[in-house]
Design a protein around this ligand. Structure first.
Ligand code: NAP
Length: 289
């Protein structure tokens, strides 16, 4: 069993990005600039956005954080997005999700200029991904692809089972793993809450990518020997022994499943840091364009 170490790999990627930024600075070029809009004061969202800003500092990017109250109107948020679309200094930006209920997420995503959509959620970027055209890949699937690539995980001809069909993880992951590319060229099964024979399907997976958000849901009896597992799940489980009062748990029961695996990602330290590194990669790409 080998760990797909997202923490280590993301550090390597960040060093590569930093080297490129140092070179841009040396030549007097424009420093990549990522902006983030945070609506409200959701604890997890605040943590995620702060980490993204910290990552920017680490690699030498410029960053801006725009904090809006959770009572901000949809109209005002869209106005702010249009302002960032027009701001020539901003190469890419994100609107941290989820948004308050009175704001329509789809409308927000569609308002972001596709050339600055470094989260890769705009329909134009999703379409480009499906057609294998250059665009921005959503950060989490892009991070998983890079992790598989850097560990030379064999994907061609394998049966890849994706658990969960969210627009940000499961669905794009299923498209990428089925593409005529490496990593890819898999035979893909996309599963969700209505899937019948779920256990049997999981057991037939050579590669199992799990993004459902239910801690420890995948157990040893649900996977075959020699499987490659990517655990995307992040759930905060109350834990009074921790300073934060919680610990992070994945969707896979790691201790009992890991011995059966060829490769597996840990939680934390697997997909999470790769997602963050991918946002930086997309921002660098946006600034080059
Ligand atoms: P989501 O929008 O909550 O969707 C969950 C998916 O799981 C849905 O498609 C749902 O099916 C499916 N599902 C629920 N119960 C199921 C079951 N018993 N069997 C099979 N499928 C089932 O998911 P998400 O936003 O992709 O997030 C999933 C997890 O990944 C969460 O823990 C989230 O925090 C984490 N996450 C981590 C990262 C990272 O960087 N590591 C990034 C994003 C998300 P239906 O469609 O039928 O409802």
């Amino acid at each position: 069993m080998q760990i797909l170490d997202g923490k280590k790999t993301s550090e390597e990627i960040k060093l590569e990005i930093k080297a490129e930024v140092d070179e841009i600075r040396r030549k007097g070029g424009k420093i990549p600039h990522l902006a983030a809009i945070l609506v409200g004061s959701n604890g997890a969202s605040m943590t995620y956005v702060n980490s993204k800003i910290k990552d920017c500092e680490e690699v030498g990017f410029k960053s801006s954080l725009i904090k809006l109250s959770d009572t901000v109107s949809e109209k005002e948020l869209l106005r702010k997005i249009r302002e960032l679309n027009a701001d020539e200094d901003v190469d890419g930006f994100i609107v941290q999700l989820p948004l308050p209920q009175h704001i329509e997420e789809k409308k927000v995503i569609k308002t972001i200029k596709p050339e600055k959509d470094v989260d890769g959620f705009h329909p134009e970027n999703v379409g480009k991904m499906a057609l294998n055209l250059p665009g921005f890949l959503p950060a989490t699937p892009y991070g998983i692809i890079q992790l598989l690539q850097r560990y030379n995980v064999d994907t061609t001809g394998k049966h890849c089972v994706v658990v969960g069909r969210s627009h940000i993880v499961g669905l794009p992951m299923s498209i990428l793993m089925g593409r005529n590319a490496y990593p890819g060229n898999c035979t893909v099964t996309l599963t969700h809450s209505r899937t019948v024979n779920f256990k049997e399907i999981c057991r037939s997976a050579d590669i199992l990518i799990v993004a459902l958000g239910k801690p420890n849901h995948i157990t040893a009896d649900m996977v075959k020997d020699g499987v490659v597992i990517v655990d995307v799940g992040i759930t905060r489980v109350p834990d009074t022994s921790k300073k934060a009062g919680y610990r992070i748990v994945g969707d896979v029961k790691f201790d009992e499943v890991a011995p059966k695996c060829l490769f597996i990602t840990p939680v934390p330290g697997g997909v999470g840091p790769m997602t963050r590194a991918s946002l930086l990669k997309n921002t660098l790409l946006a600034s080059k364009r």
